[in-house]
Design a binder for this molecule. Structure first.
Ligand code: ADP
Length: 409
């Protein structure tokens, strides 16, 4: 179905909800979840949107506004311009003060689109102009700002739950440093570097952030972690793709909790109930060619066998003969494993990936197999540039993996 006929057609979804007598809608983690128009349409028709309020979505959707709020709340933020930059001389001066490298970011940006690292002053003007133009095309708002570019940070985020009675808890951490084009590919919980002390500290910071803005529902505070310091990156005002790994290590049902919160119930858990047990990994299985810069590769699935067994969860919407449309994100499924230790979780993921067969489209399966064999990944030595840093090794391992798979067919 084309986008006009699909889940992005707000009017149609409201019609269906009214027809069926639904009094609430869960927007998923796609485009509707943070679309203010959808929230307004729900409200107008007396339907509860299962998620935070429109105000909060709006505030946190703007990077400059959200950073300013977090700074006021006492959450550490990355050094940078407090407002949008337009004057080039001023921008140069600010970048000099911060010190290169810096990153130019679109305030309205999202999904990894609208940001550019700058290593020297000569590149600054071009980076500002190109980010402004990308931002105005993609988000209808050309405001950009500058902040310090952390060269090898880890991406560590905290899951939050907040009810309408003022109770806010964190549901522990996830590490999402394995990214391409600033988009996550493999996530794990907990972070390999997490300690009880650090979790308590960062978790308290995330809770403080949510309390300060009066957040309700499930949400995530993302941090960059660098040299023993952590900084607020952004808040995702929705349930995220990677939420299953949190459910597996904390034995929670986040979606059920979201529905209960929307119903006006109090949280089922207190902070002390949240204990992390074992280790979970999620591999995003996308219809992409990992050997060709992860170019999207939609099409028809001509052969399909899904993995299973202990500690394996597969969240999928596809089947044999299903055609992956060209209109959306290229995600096919999310393969998640749980193990008592990180090593057990890796071993189970390797087995599950080896069982998983998808024919007809290229997928990220060989990429994940290669990552799981990478000694730096195995030792937990991660940063957001991991894929670029080990590109050659990962690619040659992918070639091996594909050759081995062919032999085993
Ligand atoms: P988006 O809203 O597009 O997802 P984010 O602000 O969440 O953008 O950033 C996404 C990713 O971009 C981060 O996980 C990180 O890899 C990178 N990034 C963003 N800001 C910085 C920074 N100041 N220094 C280094 N990397 C950054």
């Amino acid at each position: 179905p084309s986008p006009a006929k699909s889940y992005l057609n707000i009017e149609k979804i409201i019609d269906i909800a009214l027809e069926s007598g639904a009094d609430a809608i869960h927007p998923g983690y796609g485009f509707l979840a943070e679309n203010p128009k959808f929230g307004e349409a729900c409200e107008k028709n007396g339907i509860k949107l299962i998620g935070p309020t429109g105000d909060v979505i709006h505030q946190m959707g703007d990077k400059i506004t959200s950073k300013a709020l977090m700074k006021k709340a006492g959450v550490p933020v990355i050094e940078g311009t407090p407002e949008g930059v337009s004057d080039i001389e001023e921008a140069k001066e600010i970048a000099r003060q911060i010190g290169y490298p810096v990153i130019v970011k679109a305030s309205a940006g999202g999904g990894g689109i609208g940001m550019r690292a700058v290593y020297e002053e000569d590149e600054l003007v071009r980076a500002i102009e190109s980010t402004q133009s990308v931002a105005s095309t993609n988000f209808g708002d050309s405001t950009v700002f500058i902040e310090k570019y952390l060269e090898k940070p880890r991406h560590i985020e905290f899951q939050l739950l907040a009810d309408e009675h003022g109770n806010v808890i964190h549901v522990a951490d996830r590490e999402c440093s394995i990214q391409r084009r600033h988009q996550k590919l493999l996530e794990e919980a907990p972070s390999p570097i997490m300690t009880e002390e650090l979790r308590a500290e960062m978790g308290a910071s995330a809770v403080k952030a949510a309390e300060y803005i009066g957040y309700t529902s499930a949400g995530t505070v993302e941090f960059l972690y660098d040299n023993g310091q952590y900084y607020f990156l952004e808040m995702n005002t929705r349930i995220q793709v990677e939420h299953p790994i949190t459910e597996l290590v904390t034995n929670t049902d986040l979606i059920k909790e979201q529905i209960k919160i929307a119903n006006g119930d109090e949280l089922s858990y207190e902070q002390k109930d949240i204990q992390v047990s074992g280790h979970a990994i999620e591999c995003r299985i996308n219809a992409e060619d990992p050997l060709n810069d992860f170019a999207p590769n939609p099409g028809k699935i001509t052969g399909y066998r899904s993995p299973g067994g202990p500690g394996v969860r597969l969240d999928s919407g596809v089947y044999m003969n299903y055609t992956i449309p060209t209109f959306y994100d290229s995600m096919i499924s999310k393969l998640v494993t749980w193990g008592r230790t990180r090593d057990d979780s890796i071993a189970r993921m390797k087995r599950a990936l080896s069982e998983y067969i998808i024919l007809g489209v290229k997928t990220t399966i060989p990429f994940h197999k290669a990552i799981l064999r990478n000694p730096n990944f195995i030792s937990g030595d991660l940063n957001t540039h991991f894929i670029d840093q080990y590109k050659n090794g990962i690619e040659s391992e992918m070639v091996n993996v594909i050759a081995e798979d062919l032999e085993n067919v």
